[in-house]
Design a protein around this ligand. Structure first.
Ligand code: AMP
Length: 225
């Protein structure tokens, strides 16, 4: 079972992918997370990636396709994956199909998480994560149980993403509209596209997505959300 999570920045793709990884044993492949690690490297390449990301632009299609291909190759052959943040352009979508065909794999579902754009900025500007284990939090919607202490690992250091500022978010939303949304008809025509209501709370969104996955007979692990 292989899935694409689709939606604007702040829709909850990462949150849902992470939950599905835990509950269904699928591997989350989040291109933003992979790139952030590269951007942290002390190298010219790392600095270049950092510059592109903090200006809200896209990294080149060629690099992204190669990067995701390598990540898929690293997986156990029977382990399914969730693409979170990829494909983001029509070129990437087409290259993904060709690549998967060669690997004798296919995409089973494309979940589009729909969220009212007015609340995206509020959602994105409030988010932060644990510097130690990367667990995500939000200043309003998802605070740690004990203020200032990570629920998952107990660390007390938190970070925000350098591209989660109002200016950069506006650019990222524009890139989503101009370059990423045009992919949707491609997957609709293939009968793979399922739209889910991303305005609902996290558990309800997960439930809606899982109502499709359960039809495929995957082994469900009872991890609570
Ligand atoms: P994300 O964490 O998915 O919001 O991605 C953060 C940033 O990483 C994006 O704004 C882009 O600069 C870059 N990025 C992530 N995925 C891709 C992709 N598939 N193609 C091009 N750039 C990407």
């Amino acid at each position: 079972m292989n899935i694409i999570m689709f939606g604007p920045p702040g829709a909850g793709k990462g949150t849902q992918s992470h939950l599905l990884e835990e509950r269904w044993g699928l591997k989350q492949l989040a291109t933003g997370d992979i790139l952030r690690k590269v951007a942290d490297e002390d190298s010219d390449f790392g600095r270049k990636i950092k510059e592109i990301m903090s200006s809200g632009q896209f990294v080149s299609d060629e690099l992204m396709v190669e990067m995701i291909g390598n990540k898929i190759d690293e997986l156990d052959s029977n382990r399914g994956f969730i693409l979170d943040g990829f494909p983001r352009t029509e070129k990437q979508a087409e290259a993904l199909d060709i690549m998967l065909l060669k690997k004798d794999k296919k995409i089973d579902f494309v979940f589009e998480i729909k969220v009212d754009e007015k609340i995206l900025v509020e959602r994105i500007t409030g988010r932060y994560f644990c510097a130690s284990c990367n667990t995500n939090y939000h200043t309003i919607f998802n605070k740690p149980k004990v203020s200032g202490v990570c629920d998952n690992c107990g660390a007390t250091d938190f970070k925000t993403r350098s591209d989660d500022t109002v200016d950069v978010i506006k650019k990222r939303l524009k890139a989503y509209h101009d370059l990423t949304m045009p992919i949707l008809p491609y997957y609709r025509n293939k009968n793979l596209l399922v739209s889910v209501d991303g305005m609902a709370n996290v558990n309800e969104v997960t439930k809606e997505i899982e109502s499709y996955l359960s039809k495929e007979g995957l082994t469900y692990k009872a991890v609570s959300v």
